[in-house]
Design a binder for this molecule. Structure first.
Ligand code: GLC
Length: 630
């Protein structure tokens, strides 16, 4: 019998044989003559990580290597929450696992939980120490204990890896300020304002309201420092291989605590190139490839999710275009589906959605989407001018309409959102608000209007049906399962008051969950029951595997979105009524794909597709698959 040491060495060698070339290729493209030395350092870190990796995680590594599509199956259900807002502490989270299990959750994203800077910290996205947990949430040991409690329930812990910047209180900043050149080189610094101006000329502003510009003058450094987001978030210089190695160590450390998915925060921004907008530059993908290869060697149970809120053509690069196919992130946010859903819901017209999705390049079949109705960020109206033009819309006017609609300014709007970061130069006005408030529940409850209430609930369920039926990991945002409304208490907290994204980051209302469980007829109860039902149906529907794309079937009626999924088991057509009208839909396009009869999975009924027209109820979702031939 070989000894454990020999087996481990063989495992390591085999993985280096398999992934070493991807690592070296990525490093060579970025670090030139320092690439080989960097690869050697990375392999040493990987070997140490593998040696120290707990036995159950090593077992998970082997299991995942045998099931590489673990994030693609219809069983995958995501849930996104802040630890403190959900349950106070990491130990508190462990007390609410039954609720997560009742929603079928397999993927739990706890929003930033590492130690952030004191004072304002962008919801934890300004990390002061990557090796400790925010003290009020618990400790690293608590984190490891939580992941150990999640694993037997089949729930993977997802963590943010904030790799574009660190907090100005991070040790690297302190040492740079103290004059250590090594650490100064971790950042982008400029002593000449003319250099800053040259870069600024082509850079957009992310937070024009509260953090205009992209650079901050630092008295200690006597230089301008690159700060894309807030002045206390210092961008890292990824052209420095020492920064790369630091992050390999951080990733490996967190992987050995049991983190399984890393959300690569603001990944689009990590490479700077003069004369560009410094987003989506090609080295970003080489760096991601090298990071991923390092983790495939050390801890292959892990996966990457790219947080790249960028246009479709650029987005596909994060899942791997060309030579990077299948070598970078395993998952990316489908921002476009989110934006188009809200757009179609406001305009009761899916034609722009059809154009945008038809123009979307296909993703590699081994990757998956994160689909979502809401997240912790604002909604930016990322509607491209060319898509709008193709759909016969004036892009500027349509974006203005959407901002007006969701801030409740448009006559007849059902929504109660807030305008976030109005940019007077571009006319851009993003929107904050919870799913339920944006979908009309807040207004309907205030008005005591039963019809409006029915419509609002139906909208919430419909939007969830679309993201559950799209193919990808649906990311349910905490509180949406019980239709939580906007929470204005952020205004009382000086650290949050300037950032109205906190209006849709409420504290979890556990009383509402209990009441919803007791009273299925209440609005919250209806939403919770419907979501559990849809999730159950999804899990039983192999057609929803993410290797298959959802494609647009041009709809005979602009109020109905039709998506097809051409799965080897048979065709699936999803139909969604995005209006409050009962629609008579011409049946022929469905009959052509599905035959004379189809099983409607949500209701469990068989639909005859023989009639000339099908009657689709207001906001009704339909998941139709071809009935098996008797
Ligand atoms: C990501 C986060 C956002 C944060 C930004 C800076 O976009 O989702 O909340 O403000 O990164 O870290």
């Amino acid at each position: 019998m070989p000894t454990d040491v020999q087996t481990l060495q063989q495992t390591f060698d085999l993985r280096v044989e398999r992934y070493g070339p991807q690592l070296r290729e990525g490093l060579a493209a970025v670090y030139g003559d320092r690439a080989d030395e960097t690869a050697d350092r990375v392999l040493r870190i990987a070997a140490d990580t593998l040696r120290d990796r707990p036995a159950d995680l090593r077992r998970l590594d082997e299991a995942r290597l045998l099931r590489p599509d673990w994030l693609q199956g219809p069983d995958a259900i995501g849930y996104v929450t802040y630890t403190d807002r959900f349950a106070g502490t990491l130990n508190g989270v462990a007390e609410h696992l039954d609720h997560l299990e009742s929603l079928g959750v397999t993927y739990l994203h706890l929003m930033p939980l590492l130690t952030p800077r004191e004072g304002e910290n962008d919801g934890g996205y300004a990390v002061k120490d990557f090796r400790s947990v925010r003290p009020d949430l618990g400790t690293m040991d608590d984190l490891a204990a939580l992941t150990a409690a999640l694993r037997p329930r089949g729930i993977s812990l997802v963590m943010d890896l904030v790799l574009n910047h660190v907090a100005d209180q991070h040790e690297w900043v302190q040492r740079a300020r103290a004059g250590e050149q090594k650490y100064r080189d971790y950042f982008h610094t400029f002593t000449d304002r003319a250099d800053v101006d040259a870069w600024e000329a082509t850079l957009p502003e992310i937070f024009p309201d509260f953090a205009p510009g992209n650079f901050t003058y630092d008295d200690d450094l006597q230089a301008w420092v690159w700060t894309t987001f807030n002045r206390w978030q210092w961008d890292l210089n990824w052209a420095n291989p020492d920064v790369f190695c630091e992050f390999v160590e951080i990733l490996c450390h967190l992987a050995n605590q049991g983190a399984e998915v890393f959300r690569l925060d603001a990944i689009a921004f990590i490479w700077k190139e003069l004369g560009t907008d410094c987003q989506n530059e090609p080295p970003v993908h080489f760096i991601t490839q090298a990071l991923r290869a390092a983790l495939r060697i050390a801890a292959p149970a892990t996966a990457f999710k790219a947080e790249a809120i960028v246009g479709p053509a650029d987005l596909i690069g994060y899942l791997g275009r060309g030579a990077h196919h299948g070598l970078v992130s395993d998952m990316a946010y489908h921002n476009s589906v989110m934006v188009q859903l809200w757009s179609a819901l406001a305009s009761r017209d899916v034609r722009l959605f059809e154009v945008a999705l038809s123009n979307f390049p296909p993703k590699p079949t081994t990757t998956t989407w994160g689909t979502y109705v809401r997240c912790h960020d604002d909604i930016g109206w990322a509607v491209s001018d060319s898509d709008a033009g193709q759909a016969g819309l004036d892009p500027f006017a349509h974006r203005r309409f959407l901002s007006d609609f969701y801030s409740g300014d448009h006559p007849g709007s059902f929504a109660t959102g807030l305008v976030f970061q109005e940019n007077r130069a571009t006319g851009d006005r993003r929107i904050s608000g919870t799913l339920a408030s944006l979908a009309g529940l807040e207004k309907a409850l205030a008005a005591g209007d039963d019809g409006a209430l029915r419509d609002a609930i139906a909208r919430i369920v419909l939007l969830n049906a679309v993201i559950l039926g799209f193919g990808g990991v649906p990311l349910l945002y905490m509180g949406d399962e019980v239709a939580m409304l906007n929470d204005h208490s952020y205004l009382d907290d000086p650290e949050h008051a300037a950032d109205n994204r906190w209006v849709h980051r409420p504290k979890m209302d556990w009383d509402a969950v209990a009441e919803a469980d007791d009273d299925h007829a209440s609005p919250q109860g209806q939403v919770l029951v419907a979501m559990r039902h849809l999730i159950g149906v999804r899990k039983r529907t192999p057609h929803l595997h993410a290797s298959v794309e959802s494609r647009v079937l041009p709809s005979p009626d602009p109020r109905i979105l039709l998506l097809t999924r051409d799965h080897p088991l048979g065709m699936m057509v999803c139909a969604y009524n995005l209006s409050e009208d009962e629609v008579e839909l011409w049946a022929a396009p469905l009959r052509d794909r599905l035959g004379e009869h189809a099983d409607e999975l949500i209701s469990g009924n068989t639909w005859s597709l023989q009639p000339e027209y099908l009657r689709i109820r207001p906001y009704q979702p339909l998941w139709l698959v071809r009935s098996p031939v008797e």
